[in-house]
Design a protein around this ligand. Structure first.
Ligand code: HEC
Length: 247
């Protein structure tokens, strides 16, 4: 064997083995092709909610709304009462009397100074019980409530010198109805027996006095009073019985 033969034979051998390998590659590709056909590639992302579910929930919400409208009894507070009649008109809220309204206002706004029993605190807060300021001319007490009161004052023979806050719009801003209520209350509670202070009267006094900035002095309170407005009289009304106003 010469040298070139050797090379030839070895190169033909390697070609053979390479051809064999190529065939194997083909086979491998076949197998891969089969695998690719049979398996799904996993992919990333979101799958959308089935559209029928959306329609289903929309229909459910609509049905819920219809159900509430038909079965809520108009959201009335008396819907659970055994006498409930869904066809009847809703009951009107009870309008409490001026006096009852005033009792509530008094408890919240006045009692801390004038005390729940209306007797005040000796030397500091004057009493409202049997005070001529309270039961006398309605304009006097309206002035006190709307603008407040300052300086020396004599109530039932005792002198005071404090500050009574204003409750009109320039002060603590009670509604006219509430001022009328609390005055009616103090004029008729604890044995006091003066006529009502109506909302209309307070509206009239407010239009006169709301713009006044300074609180009243006791000396001014009984000056330039208007005529006492006609009010439906109380049964055992004793208007003016306290007209022995000290000052
Ligand atoms: C912060 C304490 C205080 C509060 C709250 C208060 N007052 Fe007075 N009130 C006084 C003082 C002090 C006087 C006396 C003022 C003076 O000395 O000039 C007075 C005087 C009065 C007077 C005239 C004097 C008398 O005793 O008759 C009346 C009426 C009155 N207050 C009603 C009320 C009413 C109604 C309320 C609630 C809406 C009220 N006050 C809330 C402190 C208060």
């Amino acid at each position: 064997m010469n040298k070139s033969d050797k090379i030839n034979s070895s190169s033909s051998e390697s070609r053979e083995s390479m051809e064999q390998a190529a065939m194997q590659d083909e086979q491998v590709q076949d197998v891969h092709a089969q695998l690719m056909r049979e398996k799904e590639e996993p992919k990333e992302g979101f799958s959308p909610v089935p559209i029928f579910l959306m329609f289903f929930f929309a229909a459910l919400c609509f049905w819920g709304g219809v159900y509430l409208v038909e079965h809520s009894g108009g959201y009335r507070w008396d819907a659970y009462s055994p006498d409930f009649d869904p066809m009847a008109d809703a009951p009107k809220p009870v309008e409490i009397s001026l006096f009852d309204r005033g009792a509530k206002i008094y408890r919240n706004q006045c009692a801390q100074c004038h005390q729940a029993n209306g007797n005040g605190v000796a030397g500091v807060y004057p009493p409202l019980v049997a005070s001529s300021w309270v039961t006398g001319h309605p304009e006097v007490v309206a002035r006190i409530l709307i603008n407040g009161l300052n300086g020396p004052l004599i109530v039932k023979g005792k002198s005071y010198n404090g500050n009574m806050p204003a409750f009109g719009p320039g002060g603590l801003g009670l509604k006219e109805k509430d001022i009328a209520g609390v005055i009616t209350y103090i004029r008729q509670e604890w044995g006091n027996a003066a006529p009502d202070m109506t909302e209309q009267m307070i509206a009239d006094y407010s239009s006169q006095y709301n713009s006044r900035a300074a609180p009243w002095l006791a000396l001014e309170l009984k000056e330039d009073l208007g005529p006492i407005p006609e009010v439906v009289p109380l049964e055992e009304s004793v208007v003016g019985a306290e007209e022995t106003a000290e000052l």
